[in-house]
Design a protein around this ligand. Structure first.
Ligand SMILES: [Mg+2]
Length: 426
């Protein structure tokens, strides 16, 4: 199967009108997707996208088009080679390497290729991956720059060691789903009343963890954290997320002030590039028991490797569209398993829940084999635009069974929310 053509779309949703998604660094996001449809010579299609929060989405779309000549005419039978072509082109590599807009664009195309291949095989992506022999999984990863932490031989041993019990784990997912937590109560732009109401509803709906955005005003955060704790009680985990707002000392000071309300983790306390800074925050917060989480803006597997080597994170937060798609996320899942750190994916936005559920399910079935302290973020926005939206029940993601990557937006959505000329924006 070879790629015959690609079509791109700039799709934007006016989420800033309701302050959905508002946090300390992103007060008014318009959730958006630089979206690509690849069509194979068989007539089959694969859909993929990368996520942005509005302005600049057109730059990602242009980058996808700049990468198109590298994939037209290419086979998707070897998705390891396919992914490497996109990240190793000697001229385009100058724009990264392996970071920024070109990497987001590579993610969109690589994810689309996985949707195409899994759809053609009649399997959801998690199962398509889990059914591959460990040798083929190892070949999907670009091992360059990882050998001081993990190499293909050790990864192969890990994957073989994870094989016993996989059928039971699939059955467990089918029965109980994969645990989720919800960020819906905690947007910074919401009133106290809305926070309390949504936090209470989250517990009623079966969630064992919620998340609050913090970092704009300390007095507000102490009040909101106290309200949330009073509402959910002691048995529910409350994570907090600063979205990179602080310097290192400020992060420690701020979180020490919130510590009496028992935050489960602090997410993105500072710059995603600051490995030593995260290590310092983690060390300072150790006595309080507050964990450090990051990853949604970590640009590639090499930075994840360093965060793990430097003991800088407790929780690894992959994102389906920030690094180079499925392939690079497999590398990060393997690194996290090697260092014994749980992976709790970033999701929300538009379509991130739909994609990343497949990676966590694959991790449980075939890599880490564990659900201990693992949860996938869930945000209840914009799922109605997908052909196969995620299904949440009793605070858990149900196992996706439809073929592909759950990535396809409805044709009406691609038309209505096209920027700037679709009916929603014109
Ligand atoms: Mg976050």
């Amino acid at each position: 199967m070879k790629i015959a053509s690609i079509d791109t779309y700039d799709v934007r949703f006016p989420t800033s009108r309701e302050l959905d998604g508002s946090d300390a660094m992103n007060p008014d996001p318009d959730y958006s997707a630089a979206y690509v449809v690849i069509t194979a010579d068989t007539g089959g299609q694969g859909h993929g996208f990368t996520f942005t929060i509005g302005r600049g989405n057109e730059v990602c779309r242009a980058a996808i088009e700049a990468l198109a000549p590298l994939v037209i005419g290419q086979s998707v039978d070897d998705l390891g080679e396919f992914a490497k072509r996109l990240t190793h082109d000697s001229q385009i590599r100058w724009l990264g390497p392996e970071k920024g807009v070109v990497h987001l664009a590579a993610a969109a195309l690589i994810n689309a290729a996985w949707d195409l291949a899994a759809t053609a095989a009649g399997k959801p992506v998690w199962q398509f991956l889990a059914d591959l022999p460990p040798e083929q999984v190892v070949d999907l990863v670009d091992w360059r720059y990882l050998s001081d932490a993990l190499g293909p031989a050790e990864a192969l041993d890990m994957l073989h060691a994870a094989r016993p019990g996989r059928q039971e784990r699939i059955e467990q997912l089918r029965r109980h789903g994969y645990p989720a937590y919800t960020t819906s109560p905690g947007w910074l732009g919401y009133s106290d009343d809305k926070l309390v109401r949504l936090a209470g509803e989250a517990v009623t709906d079966g969630y064992r963890q919620i998340k609050l955005k913090v970092g704009h005003d300390l007095d507000d955060d102490i009040r909101r954290m106290r309200l949330a704790r009073d509402t959910v009680g002691d048995g529910i985990r409350i994570a907090v997320d600063a979205n990179q707002r602080w310097d290192v000392d400020e992060a420690v000071r701020w979180m020490t002030a919130l510590a009496p309300y028992d935050p489960w983790w602090i997410e993105e306390p500072t710059s995603p590039d600051d490995i030593l800074g995260h290590a310092a925050v983690r060390k300072a917060l150790r006595p309080s028991g507050i964990r450090v989480a990051t990853g949604e803006h970590v640009q590639n597997r090499i930075v994840f490797k360093q965060l793990l080597q430097a003991d800088a994170v407790d929780i690894v937060q992959i994102d389906a569209c920030r690094v180079a798609g499925v392939n690079e996320n497999i590398a990060i899942l393997l690194l996290a398993a090697k260092f014994g750190r749980p992976v709790c994916p970033h999701a929300g936005g538009v379509g991130l829940c739909e994609l990343v559920q497949h990676l966590s399910m694959f991790d449980f079935v075939a890599v880490s084999g564990s659900l201990q302290d693992r949860v996938i973020e869930y945000v209840d926005h914009l799922h109605e635009h997908f052909v196969d939206p995620v299904v949440i029940r009793d605070g858990a993601y149900r196992l996706p069974e439809a073929p592909g990557f759950s990535a396809r937006m409805r044709p009406g959505t691609l038309h209505r929310f096209a920027f700037p000329d679709g009916p929603e924006w014109a």
